[in-house]
Design a protein around this ligand. Structure first.
Ligand SMILES: NC(=O)c1ccc[n+]([C@@H]2O[C@H](COP(=O)([O-])OP(=O)(O)OC[C@H]3O[C@@H](n4cnc5c(N)ncnc54)[C@H](OP(=O)(O)O)[C@@H]3O)[C@@H](O)[C@H]2O)c1
Length: 319
């Protein structure tokens, strides 16, 4: 198979594109010809060696998301057949072929492109898990989505809107804030220059939001907690800009705040999340925001764009 990989960690020049052995499906695995996959911020961490990422394979192939056509199946696979158009959560997906366990392979909804499917699983399910399974958002609640231009944030706005919530978003540029409003946010705050807490209180009659979805970490943590209303819930699924936060325990107990993380759900829970998310996409309530599409040979350009943060939504690769 052809794959984008790196054998060491560092700057963009460690990235290679070349031939690697085809993956060997286990009894319960599905081998998929990848039509589209995508970048997640963690692919940059793996390449840089930041955020504690240590290489586990001689050739590290990035990516987890797959949209494609089933090439072959392990002998114990019963629900997926050769030729099926699928969307899946796998590993080492920045390649022409990739594996996923049968329980994480789903039919690609009719009318959904391979690019949209390949942009969905990791960022979409993290936002879905955080908002629906963990924070249990309810219709009529107000949700603050941090860094709306991220993969997670762009799904988060739409999922919250689909559940009948009001959404306030943050983003670093005017263009991203405009896109956040187009996706359904009623207010978009500059998370570098605006007073987030004041803006949230201004938009909520001083009450604050019911839920904060965060994945930025340190720079916004204090503002996130202070933006919460009484009995508010803070849920995190990432620490892009720092993992240490200072917490005012007095606010926590007086306001009855709950702090939670998405954790590492097992495949059964991931599958349930994916079915819910794909249902929303099938019904047109959520549409992956695709920022750019690159070929596999352009992997360094894809990493460069992700590193720059000058994009809104998901960066897709079409191997
Ligand atoms: N738990 C999981 O399973 C899971 C799954 C998916 C993602 N994640 C994590 O979630 C995070 C987001 O992933 P992604 O792929 O969606 O990322 P992404 O698309 O690369 O977006 C990163 C965002 O971080 C924002 N940002 C960076 N520094 C910031 C700062 N100092 N203050 C405020 N915002 C800042 C940027 O916003 P601006 O450019 O607008 O400033 C950018 O939109 C990552 O940490 C990732 O590892 C976890």
């Amino acid at each position: 198979m052809r794959a984008a990989y790196h054998e060491s960690q560092g700057a963009l020049d460690v990235l290679r594109v070349g031939e690697l052995p085809d993956p060997d499906p286990g009894l319960g695995d599905v081998l998929i010809r990848v039509k589209a996959t995508s970048m997640d911020r963690v692919d940059v961490y793996w390449r840089e060696g930041s955020h504690g990422m240590k290489l586990r394979w001689p050739q590290h192939v990035g990516g987890r998301d797959i949209a494609g056509v089933v090439e072959s199946v392990g002998s114990q696979v019963t629900t997926v057949a050769v030729g099926d158009r699928v969307v899946a959560s796998g590993e080492r997906t920045h390649a022409t072929l990739a594996l996923a366990p049968e329980e994480l392979v789903f039919p690609l909804p009719g009318g959904v492109s391979f690019e949209a499917g390949g942009a969905t699983p990791t960022a979409g399910r993290s936002a879905h898990q955080a908002l629906i399974e963990k924070a249990q958002i309810q219709s009529g609640e107000t949700v603050l989505v941090m860094a709306a231009g991220s993969g997670v944030g762009s799904f988060g706005i739409q999922i919250a809107r689909a559940m009948g919530c009001r959404v306030i978003a943050t983003a670093g540029t005017a263009e991203k804030r405009a896109r956040a409003m187009e996706l359904g946010a009623e207010l978009a705050i500059n998370h570098y220059h605006d007073d987030i807490v004041a803006a949230v209180r201004g938009a909520t009659d001083g009450r604050g939001v019911d839920v904060v979805l965060d994945h930025v970490g340190t720079p916004v943590f204090a503002a996130a907690v202070r933006s919460l209303a009484a009995e508010g819930r803070f849920v995190t699924c990432g620490v892009t800009a720092g993992h240490i936060g200072e917490l005012h325990l007095g606010q926590l107990f007086v306001k009855g705040i709950t702090l939670m993380g998405v954790g590492r759900p097992d495949n059964q829970r991931i599958a349930a999340t994916m079915r819910g998310l794909l249902g929303m996409i099938d019904q047109g309530q959520v549409a992956p925001a695709i920022a750019a599409v690159f070929g596999l040979e352009e992997i360094a350009e894809a990493h460069r764009l992700m590193e720059s943060s000058e994009f809104f939504g998901k960066i897709v690769l079409t191997p």
